[in-house]
Design a protein around this ligand. Sequence first.
Ligand SMILES: C[S@@+](CC[C@H](N)C(=O)[O-])C[C@H]1O[C@@H](n2cnc3c(N)ncnc32)[C@H](O)[C@@H]1O
Length: 242
Amino acid sequence: MEKGPKRPLFAFWLSQRIDKNMSKKIWTAVDDYIVSSLFEADPVLDAVLAANRDQGLPAIDVSAAQGKLLSLLVRIGGAKKVLEIGTLGGYSTIWMARGLPADGKIVTLELDPHHASVARSNFERAGVSDRVDLRVGPALQSLAALGAENAGPFDLIFIDADKPNNPNYLSWAMRLSRPGTVIVCDNVIRDGAVLDEDGSDANVEGARAAFSFIGGDKRLDGTAIQTVGAKGYDGFAIAIVN
Ligand SMILES: C[S@@+](CC[C@H](N)C(=O)[O-])C[C@H]1O[C@@H](n2cnc3c(N)ncnc32)[C@H](O)[C@@H]1O
């Protein structure tokens, strides 16, 4: 049996780019509707995003609706120990920290010292510094240190850093997990480019590698959800450790 999508499908997708740009307007308007209907006004998170902008950080954090989903996943799973790979300015970290109980902890890993310093002041601003352990450096080194410290098992692990390392991060996530740990891996759809098998885009390859890893590891039971919204068309993979 043939495996995987065929090239003509990807070519068709490329021809639809104009429609996709039109759609982004309505996706953004619906995201605004979700936020205004379901969330209280949040001057702290508004200030966090403003600080990120002022400090020149790229606007590649999760959307508010996705941040809330992460926070809900923390609460639904009763997570007390969370690991995040890829902090940026700490927007997603703050959402997840807010879902933790008072004695909960989130370890978040960031390569860029400037991003980390902006994140640190955002954690202060959001009043979550006591729950956040921010580690600066290449995530693979920080993960090795966490392994050496026996810092696991984590209850929820959110992977959102350099995409080519997805399989390495998933591999570490397995080592730092227990049965029942929830693993979320962001940006695995990439405007549908995940269908592209030709290997010319390292980020797409990273997304495909996440699918291969989750689909190929019997210890994981997973799915992926396509998302549209203010951040465009993407999606996340979610899996539980058996
Ligand atoms: C998509 S952003 C994270 C967004 C954040 N999770 C949020 O939603 O607010 C990815 C972050 O991963 C960081 N990063 C990239 N390569 C890394 C590495 N090797 N180790 C640790 N962090 C890395 C980048 O500097 C960037 O800040």
